[in-house]
Design a protein around this ligand. Sequence first.
Ligand SMILES: NC(=O)c1ccc[n+]([C@@H]2O[C@H](COP(=O)([O-])OP(=O)(O)OC[C@H]3O[C@@H](n4cnc5c(N)ncnc54)[C@H](OP(=O)(O)O)[C@@H]3O)[C@@H](O)[C@H]2O)c1
Length: 330
Amino acid sequence: MWPFNIMCDSTARLDGKTVVITGANSGIGKETARDLYRRGARVILACRNMEKANAAVDDIKRNPFSKVDGQQLKDKTGDLAIYQLDLSSFQSVRECAKSLLTKEPVIHILINNAGIFMYPFEKTEDGNEMHLQSNHLGHFLLTLLLLPKLRLSGFGCRIINVSSIAHWFGNINFDDINLEKFYGPWKAYAQSKLANILFTKELAHQLAKAEIEGINVYALHPGLIPTEISRHSGDTFFYGADKLFNFFTWMFFKNVMQGAQTTIYCAVDEKVGEETGLYYSDCSHAMTYSKAMNADYSKKLWDTSCRLLHLEPEESLVALLNTISRQIAD
Ligand SMILES: NC(=O)c1ccc[n+]([C@@H]2O[C@H](COP(=O)([O-])OP(=O)(O)OC[C@H]3O[C@@H](n4cnc5c(N)ncnc54)[C@H](OP(=O)(O)O)[C@@H]3O)[C@@H](O)[C@H]2O)c1
């Protein structure tokens, strides 16, 4: 384990705040949930596997303190709730958003954390390549559906997209976005993680253009961490590749608590609250691949994502939000 990890040193509390974290039943998402619960937030675990989500809630309640200084905050934990969400189904995303919008009076922080890696070629029920939909399109839809609620929840709201350093190897293959002509699981993952950053930048731009204030957007690389993310590598690469990846990351990189720090930093740090549309690693700004900074590229992906959701890309964000909200109105 790399001993010089940067930890989020903010002691900000989140009493009265509601946080939604996708894929919070394991790995980085679960450790993020633990930390934000410790800070007093109502933490919603939006998960596909309810059995694992229930086990994660039990574990967090039994061991709420992920950091040494946690003991100082004893007895001031928040609240935990679970909602069903399968990002590979637009229907499930719409149902989850509808329940959240109906049952939750406020949402202040949305953490788009869930992800898959090295998945063999498969299309979702909506006809999209699995990485593209689970890692990008599902979060794109969820975010746009929840945005009006964040807007009504007061200033200081944040949307955090967990990307990866793998985006440096990515391209958005606009001519073949589902990679049907030439599929590679690494190519698919890198494309989806580049999409996370382009979405962050374009959303920050669209919010500014619509003069919607008080919602900041962040993308980040968490580090390399032994989690269940490598579970499909054994099938796609070679037998044991998942174990090798986890052994390598365990030896030389971060543990899962360290891996959650940049997400926590983007969610709570006071200075970061002044910034939007940027990419972070090790609790500070980081450089992105040049394609991730290209405004035409991010707008093109935004429009393509709208079309994959059967929406006409509208000139105004407010008009798009109205159209998308009508999809779950009845
Ligand atoms: N670990 C690393 O080294 C690393 C490096 C860079 C970036 N990241 C990013 O960090 C994020 C978290 O990954 P992790 O390392 O913590 O891996 P993890 O332990 O495998 O967690 C991934 C989470 O995503 C959920 N998920 C996957 N597909 C989903 C779907 N269709 N709908 C809803 N939830 C779904 C999983 O739920 P199930 O249990 O139901 O499968 C799980 O809770 C990912 O976005 C990943 O790309 C990780």
